[in-house]
Design a protein. Structure first.
Length: 371
């Protein structure tokens, strides 16, 4: 019986589905009937008939259909996302802050991230009150919970590509699966601009665009200001003693450049590969050779855990004692919210600008100085 239900649900998706025709246009060729994107390159949104919006993410297409409307004909290979979305399963942690910023956190009912792994206070509060429930890891969600909650959309990160059977099972239950790719944006503001997509999905376009505009205006003259000439290294040391750094093309080094500084590593220094990872591990000797005279050190506490002082950092990693930034007291540590608070990209750039200009407070929202 269950098999028959699953097959029937899958058939309904195919019959109800719709898809895009034509090709995806670049930002410079955005037609009048498409969402204007200033920085994001990983998705497009085209306004079509019946008030519907055709969203394209990579090779996937989705038709967002307003309440009381039906999907237009001619788009047979796009998954239908029917509004209103009242119960969403979000398995992409970086999307949660964007959804919250768009004013739709109350539409998220389930997550694949445990309570203790969230640093966003709004999400913790929603889990405390029972409004958001943990239903298992992304690769093993509680399918019964998805059915019982009448889930209208599952949002997944690209990690779902490692568990394709999970996506197939969710879709077989009649639930569209949107694989978001905001983490693939090289421009930090491009990652933040994905808030516009969530504005479309949840019918909160005005609030989403307003927040995006407010955040980008915070940068003011920073983007056109003169470069500080200061260099910075962003790193942590793993349990095996390897130094984990961001690839030069990653969005964190790009934030440094936008803030008026310069990332200490180049592609030629690291010999970076073409895989999708944003980090790579190098030997301590390689890190020392290139980064010892960096003006600023930023210790990434997201995985290795936070530290409270330079002396504590030296106890863990004595090799840093000869570094210029250590001697000058220009060593910083990231707060846990740096990677989950996606809407904070502009604020992070502003904080980095203060660090590079020597005007930073010892403790800010995303970073604090080690004393």
């Amino acid at each position: 019986m269950l098999k028959r239900i699953l097959l029937s649900a899958a058939a309904c998706i195919l019959l109800a589905g719709c898809s895009a025709k034509g090709t995806v246009v670049s930002k410079t060729e955005t037609p009048e009937n498409s969402l204007k994107l200033e920085y994001a390159k990983q998705f497009t949104a085209e306004y079509v008939d019946n008030g519907c919006t055709l969203v394209t993410i990579g090779e996937d297409r989705y038709m967002v259909v307003p309440e009381g409307k039906t999907a237009p004909s001619g788009y047979s290979d796009a998954a239908v996302i029917q509004q209103p979305l009242e119960c969403v399963y979000n398995a992409a942690s970086s999307a949660m802050d964007l959804i919250d910023g768009a004013g739709a956190l109350d539409r998220v009912s389930m997550t694949s991230t445990k309570y203790e792994d969230w640093c966003l206070s709004s999400v913790r509060e929603a889990m405390d009150s029972g409004d958001i429930s943990y239903i298992g890891k992304y690769s093993a969600p509680d399918y019964e919970a998805l059915l019982e909650m009448d889930c209208g959309l599952a949002i997944e990160s690209t990690m779902i590509y490692h568990s394709p059977e999970v996506r197939e099972q969710i879709e077989a239950l009649g639930i569209p699966v949107l694989v978001e790719r905001s983490s693939y944006e090289k421009d930090p503001l491009g990652r933040m601009e994905w808030i516009k997509l969530y504005g479309i999905l949840f019918g909160c376009e005005e609030q989403a665009e307003q927040l995006f505009d407010e955040k980008t205006k915070l940068l003011g003259d920073i983007l056109t200001d003169e470069k500080s000439g200061k260099t910075a290294a962003f790193f942590y040391i793993n349990s095996s003693g390897g130094v984990v750094v961001r690839k030069p093309s990653d969005y964190v080094p790009e934030m440094m450049r936008m803030a008026g500084g310069e990332y200490i590593f180049s592609n030629s220094d690291l010999g970076t590969d073409d895989n999708a990872l944003s980090t790579m591990t190098i030997q301590p000797e390689t890190f020392y050779e290139k980064a010892w005279d960096a003006d600023v050190l930023i210790y990434n506490s997201d995985i290795a855990g936070s530290v409270e002082s330079i002396s504590e950092l030296m106890e863990k990693y004595p090799l840093l004692s000869d570094f210029t930034a250590v001697k000058n007291g220009d060593v910083w540590c990231t707060e846990k919210n740096m990677f989950q608070q996606t809407t904070g990209a502009a604020d992070m750039i502003a904080e980095l600008h203060l660090i590079f200009t020597g005007e930073a407070d010892n403790k800010m929202n995303f970073m604090y100085r080690l004393e």
